[in-house]
Design a protein around this ligand. Structure first.
Ligand SMILES: [Zn+2]
Length: 230
Protein backbone atom coordinates (compact mmCIF):
# COMPACT_ATOMS: atom_id res chain seq x y z
CA UNK A 1 0.00 0.00 0.00
CA UNK A 2 1.34 3.41 -0.99
CA UNK A 3 -0.04 6.93 -0.76
CA UNK A 4 1.16 9.59 -3.15
CA UNK A 5 1.35 13.09 -1.66
CA UNK A 6 0.61 15.70 -4.30
CA UNK A 7 2.11 19.19 -4.43
CA UNK A 8 0.35 20.90 -7.34
CA UNK A 9 -2.10 20.24 -10.17
CA UNK A 10 0.29 18.13 -12.27
CA UNK A 11 1.33 15.89 -9.39
CA UNK A 12 -2.30 15.57 -8.27
CA UNK A 13 -3.20 14.37 -11.77
CA UNK A 14 -0.23 11.99 -11.75
CA UNK A 15 -1.50 10.56 -8.47
CA UNK A 16 -5.04 10.13 -9.77
CA UNK A 17 -3.90 8.48 -13.01
CA UNK A 18 -1.45 6.17 -11.25
CA UNK A 19 -4.07 5.17 -8.68
CA UNK A 20 -6.38 4.18 -11.54
CA UNK A 21 -3.73 1.77 -12.77
CA UNK A 22 -2.38 0.16 -9.62
CA UNK A 23 -4.20 -1.53 -6.81
CA UNK A 24 -2.72 -0.51 -3.47
CA UNK A 25 -1.80 2.94 -4.78
CA UNK A 26 -3.73 5.87 -3.33
CA UNK A 27 -3.40 9.60 -3.77
CA UNK A 28 -4.04 13.03 -2.34
CA UNK A 29 -4.75 16.28 -4.15
CA UNK A 30 -3.56 19.70 -3.06
CA UNK A 31 -1.29 22.69 -3.41
CA UNK A 32 1.99 22.74 -1.47
CA UNK A 33 3.13 25.99 0.26
CA UNK A 34 6.37 25.97 -1.77
CA UNK A 35 4.27 26.19 -4.97
CA UNK A 36 2.74 29.57 -4.12
CA UNK A 37 4.63 31.44 -6.87
CA UNK A 38 3.02 29.27 -9.52
CA UNK A 39 -0.34 28.89 -7.82
CA UNK A 40 -3.08 29.33 -10.42
CA UNK A 41 -5.54 32.08 -9.56
CA UNK A 42 -8.42 29.65 -9.92
CA UNK A 43 -6.80 26.97 -7.74
CA UNK A 44 -10.01 26.44 -5.77
CA UNK A 45 -11.86 25.52 -8.93
CA UNK A 46 -8.99 23.22 -9.97
CA UNK A 47 -9.04 21.56 -6.55
CA UNK A 48 -12.75 20.93 -6.94
CA UNK A 49 -12.22 19.42 -10.41
CA UNK A 50 -9.41 17.20 -9.13
CA UNK A 51 -11.65 16.08 -6.29
CA UNK A 52 -14.49 15.16 -8.63
CA UNK A 53 -12.15 13.33 -10.99
CA UNK A 54 -10.39 11.45 -8.17
CA UNK A 55 -13.58 10.58 -6.33
CA UNK A 56 -14.84 8.62 -9.30
CA UNK A 57 -12.00 6.10 -8.85
CA UNK A 58 -12.38 5.93 -5.04
CA UNK A 59 -8.64 6.26 -4.49
CA UNK A 60 -8.55 9.81 -3.16
CA UNK A 61 -7.66 9.61 0.54
CA UNK A 62 -6.45 13.08 1.55
CA UNK A 63 -5.97 16.74 0.79
CA UNK A 64 -2.26 17.52 0.74
CA UNK A 65 0.44 18.42 0.94
CA UNK A 66 -0.93 21.64 2.33
CA UNK A 67 0.60 23.88 4.96
CA UNK A 68 3.26 26.47 5.64
CA UNK A 69 6.94 26.70 4.73
CA UNK A 70 8.91 29.74 5.89
CA UNK A 71 12.31 28.26 5.04
CA UNK A 72 13.14 30.06 1.81
CA UNK A 73 13.68 33.80 1.64
CA UNK A 74 10.95 35.80 -0.06
CA UNK A 75 8.04 33.55 0.91
CA UNK A 76 4.61 35.17 1.07
CA UNK A 77 3.34 34.44 4.56
CA UNK A 78 -0.13 35.91 4.06
CA UNK A 79 -0.69 33.98 0.86
CA UNK A 80 0.50 30.72 2.41
CA UNK A 81 -1.83 31.21 5.37
CA UNK A 82 -4.76 32.01 3.12
CA UNK A 83 -4.24 29.02 0.82
CA UNK A 84 -3.63 26.65 3.74
CA UNK A 85 -6.83 27.81 5.41
CA UNK A 86 -8.84 27.48 2.20
CA UNK A 87 -7.61 23.93 1.69
CA UNK A 88 -8.28 23.02 5.33
CA UNK A 89 -11.87 24.12 4.85
CA UNK A 90 -12.02 22.18 1.60
CA UNK A 91 -10.86 18.99 3.35
CA UNK A 92 -13.30 19.40 6.23
CA UNK A 93 -16.20 19.99 3.86
CA UNK A 94 -15.40 16.73 2.02
CA UNK A 95 -14.57 14.80 5.22
CA UNK A 96 -11.05 14.10 3.99
CA UNK A 97 -7.94 14.00 6.19
CA UNK A 98 -5.07 16.37 5.45
CA UNK A 99 -1.34 15.82 4.87
CA UNK A 100 0.27 18.85 6.49
CA UNK A 101 3.67 20.23 5.52
CA UNK A 102 5.07 22.52 8.22
CA UNK A 103 8.60 23.88 8.07
CA UNK A 104 9.84 26.67 10.32
CA UNK A 105 6.23 27.74 10.80
CA UNK A 106 5.15 25.81 13.89
CA UNK A 107 3.32 28.64 15.64
CA UNK A 108 1.16 29.67 12.68
CA UNK A 109 0.58 26.07 11.72
CA UNK A 110 -0.57 25.02 15.20
CA UNK A 111 -2.91 28.02 15.37
CA UNK A 112 -4.74 26.86 12.25
CA UNK A 113 -4.74 23.19 13.23
CA UNK A 114 -6.18 24.10 16.64
CA UNK A 115 -8.81 26.30 15.01
CA UNK A 116 -9.94 23.76 12.39
CA UNK A 117 -9.16 20.43 14.11
CA UNK A 118 -8.80 18.44 10.89
CA UNK A 119 -8.08 14.73 10.79
CA UNK A 120 -4.69 14.08 9.29
CA UNK A 121 -0.94 13.84 9.61
CA UNK A 122 1.83 16.38 10.12
CA UNK A 123 4.36 14.86 7.76
CA UNK A 124 8.19 14.85 7.73
CA UNK A 125 8.00 16.05 11.29
CA UNK A 126 10.79 18.40 12.32
CA UNK A 127 9.32 19.98 15.44
CA UNK A 128 9.92 19.45 19.15
CA UNK A 129 8.62 16.67 21.38
CA UNK A 130 6.26 19.23 22.97
CA UNK A 131 4.78 20.16 19.60
CA UNK A 132 4.44 16.47 18.74
CA UNK A 133 2.45 15.92 21.93
CA UNK A 134 0.22 18.88 21.11
CA UNK A 135 -0.49 17.44 17.64
CA UNK A 136 -1.34 14.06 19.15
CA UNK A 137 -3.73 15.79 21.56
CA UNK A 138 -5.48 17.26 18.53
CA UNK A 139 -6.09 13.69 17.39
CA UNK A 140 -3.62 13.85 14.51
CA UNK A 141 -0.84 11.53 13.39
CA UNK A 142 2.86 12.29 12.91
CA UNK A 143 4.96 11.10 9.99
CA UNK A 144 8.69 10.45 10.12
CA UNK A 145 11.05 10.03 7.20
CA UNK A 146 14.53 8.60 6.71
CA UNK A 147 15.82 11.66 8.58
CA UNK A 148 14.91 9.75 11.75
CA UNK A 149 17.86 7.46 11.00
CA UNK A 150 20.38 10.28 10.54
CA UNK A 151 23.12 10.37 13.17
CA UNK A 152 22.36 14.00 14.07
CA UNK A 153 18.61 13.54 14.43
CA UNK A 154 18.37 13.84 18.21
CA UNK A 155 15.41 16.23 18.03
CA UNK A 156 13.41 13.95 15.71
CA UNK A 157 14.23 10.93 17.89
CA UNK A 158 12.99 12.76 21.00
CA UNK A 159 9.80 13.76 19.18
CA UNK A 160 9.26 10.21 17.96
CA UNK A 161 9.72 8.87 21.48
CA UNK A 162 6.98 11.24 22.68
CA UNK A 163 4.39 9.99 20.17
CA UNK A 164 2.29 6.91 21.01
CA UNK A 165 2.97 4.13 18.51
CA UNK A 166 -0.68 4.21 17.37
CA UNK A 167 -0.14 7.74 16.04
CA UNK A 168 3.03 7.16 14.05
CA UNK A 169 3.32 6.93 10.27
CA UNK A 170 6.29 5.94 8.12
CA UNK A 171 7.01 7.89 4.95
CA UNK A 172 9.66 8.44 2.32
CA UNK A 173 9.29 12.17 1.59
CA UNK A 174 10.43 11.00 -1.85
CA UNK A 175 12.70 12.17 -3.45
CA UNK A 176 14.26 13.61 -0.27
CA UNK A 177 15.36 12.27 3.11
CA UNK A 178 16.81 8.90 2.09
CA UNK A 179 17.88 7.05 5.25
CA UNK A 180 21.42 5.74 5.70
CA UNK A 181 23.00 3.77 4.00
CA UNK A 182 21.23 5.46 1.05
CA UNK A 183 21.69 9.03 2.26
CA UNK A 184 22.06 11.48 -0.65
CA UNK A 185 20.28 9.17 -3.11
CA UNK A 186 16.78 9.69 -4.43
CA UNK A 187 14.55 8.25 -1.70
CA UNK A 188 11.83 5.74 -2.56
CA UNK A 189 9.65 3.17 -0.81
CA UNK A 190 12.24 0.40 -1.11
CA UNK A 191 14.21 2.20 1.62
CA UNK A 192 11.37 2.42 4.13
CA UNK A 193 12.67 -0.53 6.15
CA UNK A 194 15.70 1.51 7.24
CA UNK A 195 13.37 4.19 8.61
CA UNK A 196 11.33 1.47 10.30
CA UNK A 197 14.50 0.14 11.93
CA UNK A 198 15.33 3.57 13.34
CA UNK A 199 11.77 3.94 14.65
CA UNK A 200 11.86 0.43 16.11
CA UNK A 201 15.00 1.25 18.07
CA UNK A 202 13.34 4.32 19.58
CA UNK A 203 10.18 2.39 20.43
CA UNK A 204 11.96 -0.74 21.69
CA UNK A 205 10.35 -3.09 19.21
CA UNK A 206 11.08 -4.76 15.86
CA UNK A 207 11.09 -3.13 12.43
CA UNK A 208 8.44 -5.64 11.32
CA UNK A 209 6.15 -4.59 14.16
CA UNK A 210 6.66 -0.92 13.22
CA UNK A 211 5.83 -1.64 9.57
CA UNK A 212 2.65 -3.49 10.57
CA UNK A 213 1.43 -0.94 13.10
CA UNK A 214 2.19 2.15 10.99
CA UNK A 215 0.48 0.39 8.05
CA UNK A 216 -2.63 -0.13 10.17
CA UNK A 217 -2.42 3.47 11.37
CA UNK A 218 -2.34 4.72 7.77
CA UNK A 219 -5.34 2.55 6.87
CA UNK A 220 -7.28 3.90 9.85
CA UNK A 221 -6.44 7.53 9.13
CA UNK A 222 -6.98 7.39 5.37
CA UNK A 223 -9.96 5.04 5.44
CA UNK A 224 -8.28 2.27 3.43
CA UNK A 225 -9.49 -1.31 3.67
CA UNK A 226 -6.60 -3.75 3.38
CA UNK A 227 -7.21 -7.14 1.87
CA UNK A 228 -3.71 -8.25 0.96
CA UNK A 229 -0.27 -8.41 2.49
CA UNK A 230 0.83 -5.19 0.87
ZN1 LIG B 1 6.47 18.16 2.69
Amino acid sequence: MMIHAATDEASSLFGIETSERYEGFYTSVGFHPECMDKLPEDYERILEELYVRASSVHKLVAVGEIGLDYHYEGFDREKQLRVFETQLRFALKRSLPVIVHCREATEDCMKLLCAYRPEGVVHCFSGSAETAEEIVRLGMYIGFTGALAFKNSKKAKRACAAVPIQRLLLETDCPYMAPPPYRGQRCDSSMIEETAKAMAEIKGTSAQEIIEITGENACTLFGIKRNTED
